[in-house]
Design a protein around this ligand. Sequence first.
Ligand SMILES: Cc1cc2nc3c(=O)[nH]c(=O)nc-3n(C[C@H](O)[C@H](O)[C@H](O)COP(=O)(O)O)c2cc1C
Ligand SMILES: Nc1ccn([C@@H]2O[C@H](COP(=O)(O)OP(=O)(O)O)[C@@H](O)[C@H]2O)c(=O)n1
Ligand SMILES: [Mg+2]
Length: 242
Amino acid sequence: MATSARTVGHDEVAALKTVALRGGLREPVKVSCSALGERLGASSQTASRRLQRLEEAGLLDRDVVSDGQWVSVTDDGERRLRAEYADYRRVFENGAGLTLSGRVTGGMGEGRHYISLSGYMEQFRERLGYEPFPGTLNVELTEASVRAGAGMESVDGVHIDGWEDEERTFGPATCYAARVEATGGSFEPAHVIVPERTHHDESQLEVIAPVKLREELGLEDGDELSVSVEDAVRADAPGAEE
Ligand SMILES: Cc1cc2nc3c(=O)[nH]c(=O)nc-3n(C[C@H](O)[C@H](O)[C@H](O)COP(=O)(O)O)c2cc1C
Ligand SMILES: Nc1ccn([C@@H]2O[C@H](COP(=O)(O)OP(=O)(O)O)[C@@H](O)[C@H]2O)c(=O)n1
Ligand SMILES: [Mg+2]
């Protein structure tokens, strides 16, 4: 998932949210720093600096004109706001999970190779509690789910370490506990796997499970599928087990 070049603090995110509330997610909106400052309880210079930092971090596009500026939230900015949104859903909606939808698709036939490698397989067995079927079920996400996928940043995943053999290094990956739902039924345990090195972009999701999901759920290319990422208790949440 893309991360911004510079990290921004809560004050900047509040300014970004204000721009989005004014419609800046869809098109450029005109803001004056004094009005923005008033809204944020800060001086207009401070408001201006926050917009500048957001621009430097790649979260906002700005066009300064004589009597104000036109601003719009970038794709990375939207991802940042969606991660906040996912946090609030967790707070207020009793741990509402994240459901991503799309269609089954074939990939490059490499998933099978990587999943079978003992350097990964041993970790899957220990950390996921099962031995995955050799392969990844690829899902081409809908546009809305590609955007919603940013919410995974706020879900605790299971880390799979990178490793090496005599010839090369193998990258780390993160697995998110999930339930797969299709018209032919549903299945869990499964995990969304996000390899750090991959040939796919964020529009494609890869799912692993102890069974061949195509057989278990009678799936063919083009079939609709939804993947609910479970709302694992965060390690740092109050009441979380040690
Ligand atoms: C556990 C795991 C580890 C991976 N590690 C690497 C890697 O080290 N280098 C790399 O180029 N691709 C790596 N990949 C990604 C694959 O090359 C590829 O992007 C993708 O998983 C292929 O899936 P497909 O065959 O289903 O299209 C890894 C994939 C998985 C599932
Ligand atoms: N748990 C799994 C993993 C993979 N698969 C399928 O198993 C085959 C091998 O996986 P792969 O990742 O090597 O292949 P592609 O996804 O590149 O087509 C593919 O047809 C996957 O869709 C499955 O049905 N259930
Ligand atoms: Mg695959």
